[in-house]
Write a protein of this length. Structure first.
Length: 268
């Protein structure tokens, strides 16, 4: 029962912001389970830059990744993802209650959630050596992107976010990542990958409030050829910040572990 309630609460929590996200650039209300969300249009002024002239990617962003179905949300037609037969069979056998994300595991790359995320860059006139992408979802996840010209190590231990190196192509940040494990799902539909996965992400801030994110997936273990997904993110509303999001697998704190909150008012 506890597991069922936990899964339902997460799915509902994911659904509400996702529906609200559909109204990103308008003052229109969005109905969802009796609730309504209004979001002002994102600003469209000039693209900001750091003192050295580099495009400023700092800011709190919403969207820009796959949630339910990377094929549909990434701008592809049904069946256009060149998935290999074994990978397709694996995807089709997966059930949403088995999604690792629902057990507090990191979401990896390509996938996102309808929660904000933030880029952190240097604000000085020196070239950045690192860039960080902070995620609100699950366990306060973060990605470290090396900007100092290093190469991928010859040997890597597989990980949820892999090893990322970044560079600039004009005004586009290009992030090359390898060294993934095969545990996370690309989306709630269950698109899989293997440890051969290699991603190239291209982040382009189109103006003050809009960012285009193109993700090329190259994984010969699961897909017949490389393919590219296109997502769009928008700057969050002024005053918004990342919120604390704590998720721990098999958390037995509180009522779930038989320990009621002593500060709670007694039931009437």
């Amino acid at each position: 029962m506890v597991r069922t309630i936990f899964i339902v609460s997460i799915v509902v929590g994911l659904t509400l912001p996702l529906v609200a996200q559909d109204a990103q650039d308008g003052q229109q209300g969005v109905g969802a389970l009796g609730q309504s969300v209004k979001r002002a249009a994102a600003p469209s002024g000039p693209t900001p830059r750091l003192p050295d002239g580099t495009v400023d990617l700092n800011g709190l962003w919403i969207g820009g990744a796959a949630v339910s179905d990377m094929e549909r949300e990434g701008g592809l037609k049904p069946g256009e993802v060149p998935i290999l037969p074994a990978a397709k069979a694996l995807r089709d056998s997966r059930k949403e209650p088995d999604d690792p994300y629902l057990y507090c595991m990191p979401q990896g790359v390509v996938r996102g959630q309808p929660y904000p995320w933030r880029f952190v860059q240097n604000y000085t006139d020196r070239k950045a050596t690192h860039l960080f992408k902070l995620e609100e979802g699950n366990i306060h996840s973060f990605r470290q992107i090396f900007m100092d010209g290093r190469k991928h190590p010859a040997e890597l231990d597989s990980s949820w976010f892999g090893h990322s190196i970044g560079s600039w192509e004009g005004d586009t940040l290009v992030v090359d990542t390898v060294g993934f494990n095969d545990r996370f799902w690309f989306d709630r539909r269950g698109h899989p990958h293997t440890e051969q996965l290699h991603t190239i992400e291209r982040f382009t801030r189109k103006d003050m409030g809009h960012m285009e994110i193109k993700v090329t997936i190259d994984d010969p273990g699961a897909y017949a050829r490389p393919f590219t997904l296109t997502f769009n993110a928008r700057l969050s509303n002024p005053g918004d910040e990342l919120m604390e999001y704590v998720c721990q697998e098999n958390n037995q704190y509180g009522i779930a572990g038989g320990h009621p909150n002593p500060l709670a008012e007694p039931a009437k």
